[in-house]
Design a protein around this ligand. Structure first.
Ligand SMILES: *Cc1c(COP(=O)(O)O)cnc(C)c1O
Length: 427
């Protein structure tokens, strides 16, 4: 990890060209890599030597960008994935198997909710959801003897709940399992979960990290802080020999700092192939270079818009952890002292109908199934991203049917407020 401040890491980490080498990271658009001898390549397959052999598993461009994200989060190792969904799947499946159990916050992204509650369940992995605001006792009660991971989001998409990371980490560790945090919304510019005890951090880089709506991607960062060997009975995949790699024991051979990402690369990338294309990794890196500048503007606009909406008669509730009256204000002061992100959600009096009328009247702010982008956009989760959830599940996830999720971009806040003003008048 470098000693630079986060603003410098956004620009400089991950790649330092040598004399006469390209200033920008090279796009290594090659599926395969050439070796002089079969023995040299065999050593790569056995994980006895470091290097590249096939881009389904690893690519140098991706690794430079992953190294930057790793440094930004303060981790020991990282990898890029094809999407945020793939990142969360890999992070969980790397340590869970048929018969395992996960404790997860109920306030998480709809895609992750489906992944955990439907698809992982089909693979024999069970889950207990807890409220993000649960007490220590309630959290403790959710654990089972087969629990292998705790999962939550720093700022949940779209409910905008803020997780008490320190509490979740403490309880996870008391039960001998790691805490996995999806840090997509604040990005490491505004929160670094590892500093609060999280063990694994995931990202949908599709959001602020790319920031321009240009490339779908994901990332996983390992803190290197979780002692797998101390809980070897729980994590046989990391702590016992892998027959598909000549009996390598990841936690022994690659240590606490390298085992998790090496296993996810060698096994899960090999078998599932959810690799990010080097072109997308290059685009992602361009986004990262300005992430710190953009996040400050997203927060400025989010705060201004939240305050504006909070003062409107037609708005019954505003969710934004930067508002002093918000349920998560205190937690945000602790975990997000520079602000969280540019996403604001609010309920209109008049529910679903008012929400659709309001959105139809917007001129600049677009209706999109996207969030955390340079351009402002909004959606009604109940009729789009979360339409497969029942009303009870929506309520449990803190997403009433009339909620509008508004992602404030980096335009001028006065233009955003003007667009909102005229759309509110149309209800
Ligand atoms: C979008 C999102 C995901 C899924 O990411 P994709 O890149 O769309 O696969 C996961 N978690 C959070 C918090 C998200 O916002």
């Amino acid at each position: 990890m470098s000693d630079y401040k986060i603003n410098t890491k956004c620009v400089q980490s991950g790649y330092t060209p040598g004399n006469g080498e390209p200033r920008q990271i090279p796009i290594i658009q090659s599926t395969t890599f050439k070796y002089e001898t079969s023995e040299a390549m065999g050593a790569l397959f056995d994980l006895e030597a470091e290097g590249y052999f096939y881009t389904r598993l690893q690519n140098p461009t991706n690794d430079m960008v992953a190294a930057k994200i790793c440094d930004m989060e303060g981790g020991s190792a990282a990898m890029l994935t094809s999407s945020g969904q793939a990142a969360n799947f890999f992070a969980l499946f790397n340590i869970c198997e048929n018969g395992s159990h996960i404790v997860a916050s109920s306030s998480i992204y709809g895609g992750t909710f489906n992944l955990i509650s439907v698809t992982l369940k089909k693979m024999g992995i069970d889950v207990t959801f807890v409220e993000p605001t649960c007490t220590e006792e309630e959290l403790n009660a959710a654990f089972q003897e087969n629990t292998r991971a705790v999962f939550g989001e720093t700022i949940a998409n779209p409910a905008l709940t803020v997780l008490d990371i320190e509490l979740f980490a403490k309880v996870a560790h008391e039960h001998g399992v790691p805490l996995i945090i999806d840090n997509t919304f604040p990005t490491p510019v505004n929160c670094r979960p590892i500093e609060w005890g999280a063990d694994i951090v995931t990202h949908s880089t599709t959001k602020y990290m790319d920031g321009h709506g240009a490339g779908v991607g994901g990332a996983i960062v390992d803190s290197g802080n979780f002692d797998w060997m101390a809980h070897a009975d729980k994590f046989p995949g990391l702590c016992t020999p892998d027959d598909s790699y000549h009996g390598i024991t990841y936690a022994e051979k690659f240590g606490q700092g390298g085992a998790f990402i090496t296993k996810a690369t060698a096994q899960l990338m090999r078998d599932f192939g959810c690799i990010q294309s080097p072109q997308n990794a290059f685009i992602l890196n361009l986004g990262l270079e300005s992430l710190h500048v953009r996040m400050a503007r997203h927060v400025e606009n989010g705060q201004a818009v939240a305050e504006f909406l909070d003062a409107q008669d037609k708005v019954s509730k505003v969710n934004y952890s930067g508002l002093p009256g918000d349920r998560y204000y205190e937690l945000a002061q602790k975990y997000l002292p520079n602000g969280g992100c540019g996403v604001v959600s609010f309920e209109l009096k008049g529910g679903r109908d008012a929400a659709l009328k309001f959105m139809g009247a917007l001129k600049m702010i677009a209706i999109e199934t996207h969030v955390a982008d340079a351009r402002s956009c909004c959606l009604n989760p109940a009729t789009s991203t979360h339409r497969q959830m029942t009303d009870e599940q929506l309520e449990a996830a803190g997403i009433p049917a009339g909620l509008v999720r508004l992602s404030c971009g980096i335009e001028d806040k006065e233009d955003l407020i003007a667009d909102l003003t005229q759309a509110l008048a149309a209800i």
